[in-house]
Design a protein around this ligand. Sequence first.
Ligand code: C5P
Length: 407
Amino acid sequence: MTQRLDLQGRHIVLGLSGGVACFKSAELARELIRAGATVQVVMTEAALQFITAVTMQALTGRPVITSQWDARMPANMAHIDLSREADAIVVAPASADFIAQLAQGRAGELLALLCLARPAARCPLLVAPAMNREMWQHPATQRNVAQIVADGAKVLGPGSGEQACGEVGDGRMLEATEILEEVVASFQPQVLRGRRVLITAGPTFEALDPVRGLTNLSSGKMGFALARAAAEAGAQVTLVAGPVHLPTPRGVQRIDVRSAQEMHDAVMPLAPQHGVFIGTAAVADWRPVQAQHHKIKKDSSGRAPSFEMTENPDILAAVARLPEGQRPYCVGFAAETHDVVQHARDKLVRKGIPLIIANHGPATFGRDDNALMVVDAHGVAETPRADKLTLARALVAAIAQRLQHST
Ligand code: C5P
């Protein structure tokens, strides 16, 4: 996949406070730059004990600033200049002491000072804690974390697992790619804030016997991209996924299922708790009436086995039939090989849904990019060919716009 330039034109101040996790900040700087950002690194004295300014300068192409009294700053007001230039400030790693400084509004060192001086209305502060698990769990740290969140910072993680000190628990700094995802998300319009979105994704697998089954070529990529885009837009997202090997987007609650019936049974009780339902899954239309308990063996007769099939429930149509008050805003997908728009229009009516996203089936399955048609009762809008995350963000915007008009 080609590198996404989600941070093109953005300027990020990357702050490092003291901690072994500083080694991950080198990779984070590189990830931010690969995503198109310019990066200004600011390090505390403690951070300089863990990684050198030379490394960070070489990776970012900019001298690292470590002192409020750095004479290179034109007006000698590093805290103002740096925070006014920034589109976001990311502190990674944020030590327990640094979080305590933020919570108290202290400004003894340049990094804390520029966080205090940041124009809060337009420059988000993202803080990635990294510390020993006992330090993280300490009530003082937890108080401080709650305070900085109340003051408008976004706390990323921390992750859980093996720690540099040899202990195991909460307090690991998130990985560079996870932090990158959060930084990218912080720039997305929050058009679904406060909404709950339920999405189905991937193929289903209808067992014939314990080792064989009927499935299809859906990769789940579009549904997973939509889950990520909806979460980036501020929604609480539940993703019901058929058998796919894709990582769960950050912040998304995932439920894995296998068959269409399992998908149906997972979706139906959840649907009334969600304001939006998006069916991207390629649900098998049919399943064998009875899966065999044992592997079906060849015999010498030369006859192939035959299977009695029965129809699977139509999940989208079932959600769309929920009574008013329990029914989310329903969005369907239609992959067709011909007469794409006409089939999509028919499907709107047949399934009783307000919006359907149509595409050319063989041109989408498994691919990273696609072109879509957004079809509703009023007409058709085409989206140009793009990668699936770009398309997903456009669809989230289109859905949010319709929700605004319908509420
Ligand atoms: O009927 P068809 O499979 O063409 O419709 C596609 C749309 O309906 C997709 O949104 C798909 O997720 C949904 N669907 C479903 N349950 C089925 C079949 C399709 O939710 N059994």
